[in-house]
Design a protein around this ligand. Structure first.
Ligand code: ACK
Length: 304
């Protein structure tokens, strides 16, 4: 696949072309701000849409993560991971060029304007949930690198034109060591999605991603943001509320009322139970992502 602006000789995109593709990084083409800086929509001369991520700060940390991201992503290929077309390093400019994801992030669609949420019927939410899980199976178990993403959240799940989910933002990804454990020197992640052992002690294993996935699955099911949703002053987050409902035997109350009656109760219950297993405070008790996929697909019975 040859893309305009891509220099086959050097393997890099040319800055001039990226400037042209994004209309000189026009504010009107800005898709949003990510952890690294602004992301712009661009169009190559052959009509291919791209998303161009521009590193904003020249901080060492940022640069290191940026280069880390290039190395990581270019080695990864999976239908549930955002595809990296290439990068551009010219002067002090650092750009990452990705495939354009027409439906923005899952956070945008799930928590944004009402029209966004309308697209997310029950089947679509199931498809998104399993897709994210498959992307994580690939990262944790199938890719040669064995990667822990460290920052799985609805903002980092992008949706393509058919609402297929793809995991993005690998800047924080860390190589999973032999033992599948890693004591991190710097905790990076997002409050509301971070596993407790990682947030408190920097103890990082692939089970930290499993926890974050559990939170995302719960958000998908309820249409509510984990930290912004407070049913009343006794609860700090959606997850707390879910645990109370579990004890009361009222788990179905979690299902997004906007789904009306279009969802399948058995499937919804399975998704909630899997989400709660994943969000177990003890990492050892969380399932692996491949176990999650088989539970979501109904191949394995979910025990509480
Ligand atoms: O929720 P959003 O609209 O979707 O806002 C964020 C923003 O840029 C910062 O990350 C959007 N974004 C990131 N990568 C892409 C991409 N490949 N295609 C489309 N939008 C993207 C994201």
């Amino acid at each position: 696949e040859v893309l305009r602006g891509f220099d086959l000789q050097t393997g890099f995109f040319r800055f001039k072309q990226m400037k042209a593709a994004t209309n000189n990084f026009d504010a009107a083409n800005k898709l949003g701000e990510g952890g690294f800086g602004a992301v712009y929509k661009g169009e190559l001369l052959d009509g291919t849409f791209i998303a161009v991520k521009q590193l904003s700060s020249k901080s060492k940390q940022g640069n290191r993560e940026f280069v880390n991201e290039i190395g990581m992503i270019s080695a990864l290929q999976h239908p549930n991971l955002v595809k990296l077309y290439g990068c551009c390093i010219e002067g002090n400019q650092l750009l990452l060029v990705y495939e354009y994801m027409a439906n923005n992030s899952l956070a945008h669609t799930l928590f944004g304007p009402e029209e966004g949420l309308k697209k997310l019927d029950w089947r679509t939410r199931q498809k998104i949930c399993v897709g994210i899980a498959r992307g994580l199976v690939y990262l944790h178990e199938e890719s040669a690198l064995k990667i822990v993403h460290r920052d799985i959240k609805t903002n980092n799940i992008l949706l393509d034109e058919d609402l297929n989910p793809k995991i993005s933002d690998f800047g924080l990804a860390k190589l999973d060591e032999e033992e599948k454990t890693h004591i991190s020197t710097r905790v990076a992640g997002t409050i509301g999605y971070m596993a407790p052992e990682y947030a408190l002690w920097g103890y990082l294993t692939d089970k930290a991603d499993v926890y974050s996935f559990g939170v995302v699955a719960l958000e998908l099911l309820s249409g509510k943001n984990n930290i912004k949703y407070r049913p009343n002053e006794n609860f700090v987050c959606l997850l707390d509320w879910a645990l109370v409902l579990q004890q009361k035997g009222n788990l179905m109350e979690l299902v997004d009322p906007k789904l009306g009656s279009q969802f399948n109760k058995e499937e919804a219950m399975r998704m909630i139970k899997v989400a709660l297993l994943c969000a177990n405070p003890s990492p050892a008790l969380r399932p692996t992502m491949s176990a999650v996929v088989s539970m979501l697909e109904g191949q394995t019975i979910v025990h509480e």
